[in-house]
Design a protein around this ligand. Structure first.
Ligand code: PMP
Length: 414
C-alpha cells in the first residue's frame, strides 16, 4: 500500500492507478459499453473521409447570426436571470412554446404544465429507464432500435426483447404475442417517425392498432420523436401520444434536429403523475436544464420563424436524401435492398445474407467511405448484414462519389 505521505509527494497530474488497487464498480457497469458509434466517428473524423456514419444536423444550416441577436437581447434585458439557477420544470416561456408546437405539429393537445425541459431527449431516455426499470425487467423495443436509448436503459440492467418489424415499422401482432406471454414487460420504447436507424415510419392504422394493444395491457410507452418535423414527402401523422386515452404514452421531443443540438434542449410531455415522477428524478440528477440555453432558445423562437427554418432544413435534407437514393438506384448491385424514408436523417441498407456489414465497412474505409454497421442496433445481436447511412451532412458531389465507391466495394465483396 502507498502511504498517505507518498500520495501527497507525487506530482498531482501524474497520479495513476497503483497496480495493487482494485477499484470496485457497481454491478451495472459490467453491462455498460461505450457507444460503438462514437468510437467509430473518431475513426471517420479525417477530412478525406466521406462519412455517412454520423447522425448530426448540417452545421451550415445553424442560424448563428440570428442566435447571436437572440443571445444579445437576453443578456441585455435579463442577463442576471439567464445566468442564475431556475426551476426544474423549465423556463416558462419555452414550455409554452413547446406545448403550442406539439399541438400544431404532433396533434397533441397539451399545455406548459405537462412539459418538463431536459438536457436533450437523451436525458429523457436516461430518466425513463430509471423511472421504470428494475434489474431483470423487460424492455420492448423495435428490432433494430436507437443505440443511445439501449445504452441508457442498460444502466438499469434490464433484458431486451426485440419486437419484429417490417417496412412499416413495428408489427402490432408480434407485439401482442410477446405481451401475452411475458409478464415482466415494464416499458416499451419506440420511434414511430423516421426511425433511427431504419428511417421507417408507422402508418396511421399501425398507430391505432398499437394503442389498442397498449390500452389492453397498460404498459408505459416511451415515444421518442426527434425527427418527426423533418418530413420530405407524404402527410404528417399524429403522434401516439395524441391517440393516448389512458395517459400511458410519454413523448420525448428535442430542439437538436430542428434548431441545434449544442444547446442540449429536449423535453418530456406526460400526464400529471408520471411527469411528477420525472421531475423528482430531474431534481436529483441535474436540478434543471441550462437556464441560458432555454432563455436564448425561447427568445430566438419569439424573434424569428422556426417554421421557416424547419422548411429550409427539410428542403436541403430532402434533396440530399434524393441524391443518395438516386445514386444507390444507379450503382448498387442486385440483391442489396434499402429503405426509402419519407423523412429524418437515415436510411437502412440490407446486404445479401452472406455478406457482413463489418467486412464491407473495413473495405469501404480504405476507399475513404464510412457508415455504421448495423449489428450494434440490435440489443440481442445476431444480425450482421445491415448498415445505417446518414444523408444530412454531405454535399451532393460527395454523396455521389461516396455511394459510387461504396457500390464498387459491395460488388467486389459479392
Ligand atoms: N433519440 C433518437 C432516436 C436519436 O436519434 C437521438 C440523437 N441522435 C436522440 C434521441 C438524442 O438526441 P438529443 O439528446 O440531442 O435530443
Amino acid at each position: 500500500m502507498t502511504s498517505r505521505r507518498n500520495i501527497y509527494l507525487r506530482k498531482p497530474f501524474l497520479i495513476g492507478k497503483e497496480e495493487n488497487i482494485v477499484v470496485k464498480y457497481a454491478d451495472r457497469m459490467e453491462k455498460m459499453e461505450g457507444s460503438a458509434i462514437r468510437e467509430l466517428l473518431k475513426l471517420t473524423a479525417k477530412p478525406e473521409i466521406i462519412s455517412f456514419a454520423g447522425g448530426m444536423p448540417a452545421p451550415e444550416l445553424f442560424p448563428t447570426e440570428q442566435m447571436e441577436q437572440a443571445a444579445n437581447k437576453v443578456m441585455e434585458e435579463d442577463g442576471r436571470r439567464a445566468m442564475q439557477y431556475s426551476t426544474t420544470e423549465g423556463w416558462p416561456r419555452l414550455r409554452e412554446q413547446i406545448a403550442e408546437r406539439m399541438g400544431a405539429k404532433n396533434h397533441i393537445q397539451t399545455d406548459a404544465d405537462h412539459i418538463l425541459v431536459t438536457s436533450g431527449s437523451q436525458q429523457g431516455l436516461d430518466y425513463s429507464g430509471r423511472l421504470f426499470l428494475n434489474k431483470g425487467d423487460i424492455v420492448l423495443c423495435e428490432s433494430p432500435s436507437y443505440l443511445g436509448a439501449l445504452n441508457a436503459f442498460k444502466t438499469n440492467e434490464p433484458e431486451f426483447i426485440e419486437v419484429p418489424t417490417d417496412e412499416e415499422g413495428l408489427i402490432p401482432e408480434e407485439l401482442e404475442k410477446i405481451l401475452a406471454r411475458e409478464d415482466r414487460v415494464k416499458m416499451i420504447y419506440v420511434i414511430p417517425d423516421f426511425q433511427n436507424p431504419t428511417g421507417r415510419t408507422w402508418p396511421l392504422e399501425r398507430r391505432h392498432a398499437f394503442m389498442d394493444i397498449i390500452n389492453k395491457y397498460e404498459i408505459p410507452v416511451i415515444e421518442d420523436n426527434p425527427y418527426g418535423e423533418l418530413r420530405y414527402e407524404g402527410e404528417y401523422l399524429p403522434a401516439l401520444k395524441s391517440l393516448d386515452t389512458k395517459g400511458l404514452v410519454i413523448f420525448l421531443g428535442t430542439f437538436s434536429k430542428i434548431l441545434a443540438p449544442g444547446y442540449r434542449l429536449g423535453w418530456i410531455c406526460a400526464d400529471d403523475e408520471i411527469l411528477g415522477n420525472y421531475n423528482k428524478l430531474a431534481q436529483a440528477a441535474a436540478l434543471q436544464a441550462s437556464t441560458i440555453s432555454q432563455m436564448e432558445t425561447a427568445a430566438w423562437i419569439d424573434m424569428f420563424d422556426l417554421d421557416a427554418h424547419v422548411a429550409e432544413i427539410r428542403e436541403v435534407y430532402g434533396h440530399r436524401r434524393q441524391v443518395m437514393l438516386d445514386t444507390m438506384e444507379k450503382t448498387f448491385p442486385e440483391g442489396v435492398k434499402w429503405t426509402h424514408p419519407d423523412g429524418g436523417l437515415f436510411l437502412w441498407v440490407t446486404l445479401p445474407e452472406n455478406l457482413k456489414a463489418q467486412d464491407v465497412y473495413m473495405k469501404a474505409l480504405e476507399k475513404n467511405v464510412a457508415f455504421v454497421p448495423g449489428d450494434t442496433f440490435f440489443p440481442n445481436g445476431g444480425v450482421y448484414n445491415c448498415f445505417r447511412m446518414n444523408y444530412s451532412c454531405m454535399p451532393d458531389d460527395k454523396i455521389i462519389e461516396g455511394i459510387t465507391a461504396l457500390a464498387d466495394v459491395i460488388k467486389s465483396s459479392l
